[in-house]
Design a protein around this ligand. Structure first.
Ligand SMILES: Cc1cc2nc3c(=O)[nH]c(=O)nc-3n(C[C@H](O)[C@H](O)[C@H](O)COP(=O)(O)OP(=O)(O)OC[C@H]3O[C@@H](n4cnc5c(N)ncnc54)[C@H](O)[C@@H]3O)c2cc1C
Length: 663
């Protein structure tokens, strides 16, 4: 039989009349089956179509992002020029766009509340994006699918293979810290991590289709044994698939969180193995597919190179950290980093103190802004079990806390394996990274919500607005700073900064309300009275300086417990009650204060009330435990829906930025 004429023409390859027990006939048939000369053309086009789709999405998202950025800039300009209602350009310019934005936000902000700390469910917006991505890949996989003859399975498998390799550069683009996609669409790298993981999962799926469907075809035509014994693609492909499977499996939240350092090391080693595997596996006949592998490697090297250069620059002049232990197992780290002079609120750095763990680098959000703390970076880090625990140990016994005995210090020195206790520790700083949220100064009303150490995200936003408002009129009229903490003693973490910021804001006429919710104490004021930090020394509530004595304080404390509605409003120190003249002068003996409540905040009434009084768009920022973050997400989405924001009801829109200290 003339194999050639039978296999490459007509309605497609057929095994009709072939005796597969004849090795030569079976080998020839297999060779024809594997011949991808024609298939390569269409698969290469499919891989290109994949990239056209990705580029279109990036460009469109980038454009939306830049338009939003431009509109916020316009608001800032309008406010600086004293034009009224400067936070509302949408309604006057493009009501339709504002309505679309509101609808998209309402859908995408929702998030299913996680039931335990191991489970991470992305917000609806991310889920939709993942579903669309999956649909796009499946659409390309089955697009124009009627391949004739015996090559049907082979062709389907090859297309899945092409789609797998085509996704490789995207996988790496989404992984980098100096993230090109992130810069284009205005999203920071840590928020893209969820997409990085899902692209890997879809790659695993297409790689499985690639191998599985081809294997099915070989089995069907009884050429499996010859294929296994003659084609090096089988062992290289299978081992590469195993590596990809391991990468995906080991990156799942429970394993990733079990030991982060081990996760990172094995992830990089496995990734290198994967790259080697890909190069061995890609056939020399499909050379153009290697382009994708090379682009992926190029992107990886580019990211590492840029990061290394910036890291080297940041650390040319050594940074020094001073450690202070605070209530609630928190360490306040103050870093003098001569090379890092600029960062924006909400950005984080990677802190490494070589004495506390070689090669360990931990992310922490910068609590300070460049204009505060003499341009030092200030971090607050809660102690977990590793680096942060050692940091706290050291802070407790560092020379800034001289209360401890020599023997105890010696024990800790041994425990944390530090040569000697010092006042300052040599530190290496990576970053700053992140901080991709909108400028909160450009909203009419701002609600900042933090849970515990999440305040290191919301406080710098407040400090930034406070600082800028001194030099320039801003659109923002009112800020509500909400902080949920376990015990009122945690207030010491930021007492000074909060007081300075609130004073500055009051001085320029921006309404500021500080609401503290204490979840683990029935009567938060009891502790507070033991440990008040107000300058005047005459304390009535946190940073509420009045002339009242102990007796009056006791009354306030009692009122706190008995107030059924929950919200404590200490009249004497509310921003409204401050006479304008006094506020402008900034009487040092009378500082703005906060309200303190026992229990969790009632988010819906809080937000609803705020929106009732908003005269333009409201910005909400939240950072804290997953439960709090998803609760705020759902509340913002629901309240916006129910009020019909930007849908002709007169209700203004709500922007939300949520951070979670995790990826
Ligand atoms: C962008 C970002 C900003 C953060 N900002 C703050 C902050 O301002 N204040 C604060 O208290 N915490 C912050 N965190 C969390 C903080 O980085 C971790 O709690 C800390 O790294 C835990 O170190 P450990 O060795 O003591 O942890 P372990 O006890 O070993 O583990 C505790 C948890 O931290 C995770 N983790 C450990 N090392 C790292 C690492 N290098 N990178 C990421 N996660 C890690 C683990 O997966 C685990 O879930 C932030 C995290 C991220 C991702």
């Amino acid at each position: 039989m003339d194999m050639d004429s039978n296999m490459s023409e007509g309605p497609g390859l057929t095994d009709a009349g072939l005796n597969m027990s004849n090795y030569t006939a079976a080998s020839d048939f297999l060779a024809a089956l594997l011949d991808d000369t024609t298939l390569q053309q269409s698969d290469y086009a499919i891989a290109r179509a994949f990239w056209y789709g990705i580029v279109i999405v990036i460009v469109l998202t980038g454009m939306v992002n830049w338009v939003e950025w431009g509109l916020l800039k316009l608001r800032l300009r309008a406010a600086a020029a004293n034009r009224p209602r400067s936070t509302n350009p949408f309604n006057s310019v493009v009501p339709f766009l504002a309505c679309c934005t509101a609808v998209i936000r309402e859908v995408s902000y929702h998030q299913i509340t996680p039931t335990n700390s191991w489970l991470r469910i992305p917000a609806v917006g991310s889920i939709l994006l993942i579903v669309i991505y999956f649909g796009f890949i499946m659409g390309l996989q089955f697009f124009d699918w009627n391949y004739p003859g015996a090559q049907y399975w082979e062709a389907q498998g090859l297309r899945a293979g092409w789609l797998t390799i085509a996704q490789f550069p995207l996988l790496l683009l989404l992984a980098g810290k100096r993230n090109l996609i992130g810069y284009a669409v205005g999203v920071s790298y840590e928020r893209l991590q969820v997409l990085h993981r899902w692209v890997a999962r879809v790659m695993l799926l297409t790689a499985t289709i690639h191998g599985g469907v081809q294997a099915y075809g070989w089995k069907k035509y009884e050429v499996m044994e010859i294929e296994i014994s003659t084609d090096s693609c089988i062992p290289t492909g299978f081992s590469t698939w195993i590596l990809l499977l391991w990468l995906v499996f080991s990156a799942a939240a429970p394993i990733r969180n079990w030991s982060y350092e081990i996760f990172v090391v094995q992830h990089i080693i496995t990734f290198i193995g994967l790259v080697v595997g890909i190069f061995y596996h890609l056939p020399s006949t499909a050379l153009s597919s290697k382009i994708y592998a090379w682009i992926g490697i190029g992107l990886f090297i580019f990211d590492r190179l840029v990061r290394t250069l910036i890291y080297a620059f940041n650390n040319i002049k050594p940074a020094n950290s001073t450690l202070h232990s605070l209530s609630g197992d928190v360490t306040k780290v103050r870093i003098t980093a001569p090379q890092i002079k600029k960062w924006s609120p909400g950005q984080h750095v990677f802190l490494s103190i070589p004495e506390l763990g070689f090669g360990q680098s931990h992310p922490a959000t910068i609590l300070s802004v460049p204009s505060s703390h003499d341009n030092d970076l200030v971090l607050i880090l809660r102690a977990h079990q590793g680096f942060t625990q050692r940091l706290l140990c050291l802070a407790k016994l560092s020379s800034t806390d001289l209360s401890q005995g020599a023997q105890e210090k010696e024990n800790v020195r041994k425990e944390v394996a530090v040569q000697e206790m010092k006042e300052k520790y040599f530190s290496l700083i990576g970053g700053p990274y992140g901080g991709s949220h909108s400028d909160f100064a450009a909203f009419d009303t701002v609600l900042l919500i933090a849970g515990s150490t999440g305040v290191s995200f919301t406080l710098p936003i407040l400090l930034d607005i406070a600082h800028r408002s001194k030099n320039q009129r801003l659109p923002v009229r009112k800020i509500v700073f909400t902080w949920v903490i376990r015990t009122i003693l945690c207030k010491e973490w930021i007492a000074e900064e909060l007081q300075q910021a609130t004073e500055s804001l009051l001085n320029v006429g921006i309404v500021i309300e500080v609401k503290i919710f204490v979840t683990c104490e029935l009567d938060p004021t009891e502790n507070l009275m033991k440990k008040a930090e107000c300058n005047c020394g005459k304390v009535e509530g946190p940073c509420c300086c009045t002339d009242s004595g102990i007796e009056k304080r006791q009354n306030v404390s009692n009122t706190l417990i008995t107030q059924a509605s929950g919200e404590l409003d200490i009249e004497s120190c509310s921003s409204k009650s401050l006479p304008q003249t006094q506020a402008k002068i900034g009487n040092p003996s009378r500082s703005p204060c906060c309200t303190i409540e026992s229990g969790r905040p009632q988010l819906k009434p809080l937000l609803w009330n705020l929106l009732d009084h908003a005269k333009g768009e409201t910005g909400v920022a939240v950072c804290g435990p997953p439960g709090l973050v998803s609760c705020v997400r759902n509340t913002v989405a629901t309240v916006s829906e129910q009020r019909g924001s930007n849908k002709g009801t007169g209700a203004e829109g709500v922007y939300l930025h949520a951070e979670g200290f995790a990826w």
